[in-house]
Design a protein around this ligand. Sequence first.
Ligand code: MG
Length: 273
Amino acid sequence: MRIVRFQTGGHVHLGNEHGDGRVTLLEGDLFGTLVDSGEPVRVEKRLAPLEPRDILCIGLNYRKHAEEGKQAIPPHPVLFMKNSGTVQNPGDPILLPRRLESREVDYECELAVVIGRECRNVSREAALDHVLGYCCANDVSARDWQRQGGGGQWCRGKSFATFCPLGPVLVTRDAIPDPNALRIRTILNGEVMQDWSTGDMIFDVPTLIEFLSASTVLRPGTVILTGTPHGVGAARTPPVFLRAGDSVSIEIEGIGTLTNPVAEEQAPLLTGV
Ligand code: MG
């Protein structure tokens, strides 16, 4: 099933998007039972497919991306987090930070895994049973704050508002038998910037869930961003960073295309930091 979350007439609903583009109303709970009512609905505004509980992110998880950043292959998945206030809807703008100023905002196409059932010490073999589904994510990153402004942590540079577009749909697990066999691309203003396969992940999706749930609890609604392939803007010569007026799309095979325009945050600069 292709689950869309949308707003119509001031109310938020879930819908089932069919192959011909029709959407029918879903009744129930995203993490419980969902029933397709069959009632056709008009989607006024598409929203991110869920409001994540936690957003866990994996860095350096594609071999060629680790190489382009001149980083060693990590012995364990590299974990960092984005706060839930970073989530942005399909079609709404990625805002370039201006209160804290960044001039190095970058894109990262990522497969997002949505946890549907609580996980604790889940084995690799059983890991996918706990997945509700998948969507596209853009792990938008302010490289200057990621590298220099976070005291060695990446969270500051990764956690500005609008820095986690999600969508355009949540495709349930049954429709994607192997999450590590999908083409994944970033297209910036019509130009392909990243074009690779989720098969290049150093730690595949089941291994990530096994690692992230070890001695820890992953609750339903946790979203895991699984890393980005090579081709990020910061690693290009010359570097390419997002500018107001840009349009950036993340495409994943079997899921769809998540597109966001880019604009400047309307806020005065915070000086003296
Ligand atoms: Mg990333």
